[in-house]
Design a protein around this ligand. Structure first.
Ligand SMILES: [Zn+2]
Ligand SMILES: [Zn+2]
Length: 208
């Protein structure tokens, strides 16, 4: 399913930033951020390059700005997960304002005219542009009635986020791994005394 091509890229980028640059739980394990500045800068630069392609590396201050952006995007997903539509809208509107979202058609590097979400002012920094792109994409998806497609994993000890592009929009987990962890956890809670043998798992481990 496509929201629209630019919003697709932007919400996918937002989810990647949240999953790689905020602290939390990932598939049953703690997911800490590194403490040292150089390590944080390397992680932020690698994440930025993985999402948007290789360019010049992010500098240290920009790396911290990107981590801050990821935290703010995390707050949007958390607010959606809590079902708080008013707070979600407020958070997204703040992002739109503060990252100076200003959709403009642009052409550069021999590309045809295409939509940029961020201000075309020369002094706009890279992270500010990334933030504007994510904010407009989130606003587009939420404002089109697709909030439920911006999900947070329902498994215990996992708060990875995802964009649900499934046909029926019923995705609840970040991965098959968490789907299966959840299945095992629920089986165990129903059978507190029983040993968990291979043959006792409900359904095939990889089935939905
Ligand atoms: Zn462009
Ligand atoms: Zn998960």
């Amino acid at each position: 399913m496509n929201f629209d091509s630019y919003a697709d890229l932007g919400v996918a980028a937002a989810a990647e930033l949240v999953n790689h640059l905020t602290e939390g739980w990932a598939q049953g394990a703690l997911r800490p951020l590194p403490q040292s500045g150089p390590q944080r800068a390397r992680l932020a630069a690698a994440t930025e390059a993985a999402i948007w392609g290789r360019g010049s590396a992010l500098g240290g201050p920009e790396a911290e700005e990107l981590i801050l952006l990821a935290e703010r995007l995390r707050a949007v997903f958390a607010s959606l997960a809590a079902g708080d539509a008013d707070r979600t809208a407020h958070l997204v509107n703040s992002l739109l304002r503060e990252y100076r979202a200003a959709p403009q058609l642009a052409t550069h590097d021999g590309e045809p005219w295409h939509l940029h979400f961020h201000s075309q002012d020369r002094e706009v920094g890279r992270v500010e542009a990334r933030g504007a792109t994510c904010a407009v994409a989130l606003a587009t998806v939420i404002g089109s009635g697709w909030s439920s497609r911006l999900g947070t994993c329902a498994a215990e000890r996992c708060d990875l986020v995802f964009v649900d592009t499934s046909r029926n929009g019923s995705r609840r987990f970040c991965s098959l791994r968490c789907l299966n962890r959840d299945k095992v956890a629920r089986f165990r809670s129903r059978h507190p005394d029983g040993a968990l043998g291979e043959g006792q798992l409900p359904g095939s481990p990889l089935s939905h």
